[in-house]
Write a protein that binds this ligand. Sequence first.
Ligand code: S3P
Length: 175
Amino acid sequence: MKRIILIGYMGAGKTTVGKALAKELGIPFYDLDWYIENRRRKTVSEIFAEVGEEGFRQIEHNMLHEVAEFEDVIISCGGGTPCFFDNIDYMNGQGQVVYLKASPEVLYKHLLMGKGERPLLKGKSKEELITFIREQLEKREPYYNKARYTVDVSLMDNYDKIKITIEKLRELLEL
Ligand code: S3P
């Protein structure tokens, strides 16, 4: 039974890599944010607006316990998932957890485009964004570093490089 759980900061490419790996292995892919949105029939931004971050973290925690029971799946989590409650320890007990690691500069580049859809980044200027990423990543890395595996994805910015990342993952996880 395979259960692979991808973690890492926003913009690291968890969803992109997860989808591609699931396709290659021919197993289902679950993105925790999408799962939450489906189950609650609301976007993550709407949930943040209605119940705040604290409410969202509780929902995220509960939903993690649902998806992490599925078998033969790839799961990608939200950037904050491993950093609340005992989520990271739970994940380590449930599957092969992989930290997709990238530098603040790379994350910043990826996030410049998608920051509008992410409640934690909305409305930040470019300067505020890079500072926020640096500071938050530093706080989150102790949790991310608890993953059993780490793959550096700093160079993953085109299709070939995604393929290389998938190859690295297959080797590392013996898939
Ligand atoms: C968050 C990351 C988001 C989403 C929510 C909070 C975070 O997921 O769960 O906006 O705290 O880092 P992605 O990492 O998929 O953007």
